[in-house]
Write a new protein. Structure first.
Length: 421
């Protein structure tokens, strides 16, 4: 079972990404042995030898599949300072984006992003948008937020709501990165996202990464699902970079997130005789206890109830063929006991449908007769087992005489024939 700490590391987004949508390889963070060619066969598996550099350690590998969904490989074999990671390209033909995430002193960071074309020719990458955005930071923040929800809609992920508090945390982290001249999730002065939130808003129990329900049922602040950071010239370029990175993309697609805040800070200054300008972006996603957690708990309760109700519904369905009145009784009991379950609702509807049929009175009469015939048939079989064929024949003949045309009468006639042989 994955530990909370491990789950948090995997869910907490993901790396210092200097906003480039194309392939990346930071050789100060990671090197590779025997990188495969860009074009490979459909269904192939590739093995990468990953060699962390400096203070970085190998974390895991994330993928974007041809259909736009994401996945991760976390089972690398670590030996002699190298990580051997096997990756399967088994989700159909098209472009796969492979990302290697490293764990550094200031949090997770991208080590490399490679593109592989499986069963199709290599495609030419689109041209980036390098135009400087002249709008105020607040306008850019809302622009990014709207782009996030537009993307989530394409992924069938629920829309996230804007949160001013998370936005302010993002703004302060942008300013801190500019002042401290670093680019990472963990501030040397103020710590990670959850720590910064605790200090600013007094959320004592706020954590990052999806919590174990038994570990922390109701935090007093949000559970941070992820934080993506970037710097670029405009929101379109930043979004391209984030969505081009499988790890960052996974955070944008997270279906547990309920709220989002985007912080932006512009930087323009002379550095070593050159005019430099960048826009820093921080997009943080959160799950609040009074929204999706309660919804998830209710859905889990309904699933548990349905697991109990469904077998009872199926049992009643089987009874309809032989004993409709008893089936109706079971449907009504099921609907009363589990009214919120899907099976309970179907049971109530089916009971109403059966009892409302024009021939229901005749159905009940026939069912009562068949029930009596079955009782007599069971008694006759018991007498046969006890070596009392004459008494058994009496009951079998009563079934044939009183309940002709029923399956029980047919069984009785077969047994009478056997007794006469």
């Amino acid at each position: 079972m994955m530990t909370l700490r491990k789950a948090a590391f995997l869910a907490f987004a993901l790396a210092a990404l200097p906003a480039q949508a194309f392939e990346l390889h930071y050789k100060d963070r990671v090197l590779f042995e025997d990188l495969p060619a860009k074009e490979i066969e459909d269904g192939a598996s590739l093995t990468f030898k990953v060699i962390p550099q400096g203070k970085y350690r190998f974390g895991w590998c994330a993928l974007t599949y041809p259909d736009g969904t994401t996945g991760s490989f976390e089972d690398a074999e670590i030996k002699n300072g190298k990580a051997t990671q096997k990756i399967k390209f088994d989700k159909g033909k098209g472009k796969y984006v492979v990302e290697f995430l490293m764990q550094g002193p200031l949090g997770p960071a991208v080590g490399a992003i490679f593109h592989y074309w499986v069963g199709v020719p290599e495609e030419k990458e689109e041209t980036r948008d390098w135009k400087w955005d002249t709008r105020a930071a607040e306008e850019i923040e809302k622009d990014v937020f709207e782009r996030i929800n537009a993307f989530r809609k394409t992924c069938k992920a629920p829309e996230v709501k804007w949160d001013d508090r998370i936005c302010e945390i993002g703004r302060e982290h942008c300013a801190d990165m500019i002042e401290g001249q670093y680019f990472a999730h963990i501030s040397p002065k103020h710590g990670d996202l959850a720590t910064r939130a605790k200090v600013k808003y007094g959320w004592k129990n706020v954590i990052w990464g999806m919590p174990d329900r038994g570990y922390l049922a109701k935090p007093d602040g949000p559970v941070f699902v992820g934080e993506d950071i970037a710097y670029d010239n405009n929101p379109a370029a930043a979004m391209d970079a984030w969505l081009g990175s499988p790890g960052h993309r996974a955070v944008f697609m997270n279906k547990f997130a309920t709220h989002c805040g985007v912080g932006v800070k512009k930087y323009e200054a002379m550095e070593n005789g050159f005019f430099v300008r960048k826009i820093y972006f921080v997009a943080a996603f959160a799950l609040f206890a009074d929204t999706n957690i309660e919804k998830a708990e209710k859905e889990a309760d309904l699933r548990r109830i349905e697991a109990k109700a469904l077998p009872l519904f199926e049992k009643a369905q089987l009874l309809e063929a032989t004993d409709p009145p008893t089936a109706v009784k079971q449907y009504e009991e099921l609907a009363a006991k589990f009214p919120e379950s899907a099976s309970g609702a179907k049971a109530a509807a089916r009971a109403k449908e059966l009892t409302g049929a024009p021939d229901w009175a005749e159905t009940v009469k026939k069912a009562d007769g068949r029930r009596e015939a079955r009782q007599w048939l069971d008694r006759a079989r018991m007498l046969i087992d006890n070596k009392r064929p004459d008494n058994a024949r009496t009951w079998l003949e009563k079934i044939v005489a009183k309940h002709p045309g029923t399956p029980e009468a047919e069984d009785a006639q077969r047994l009478i024939k056997v007794l006469g042989e």
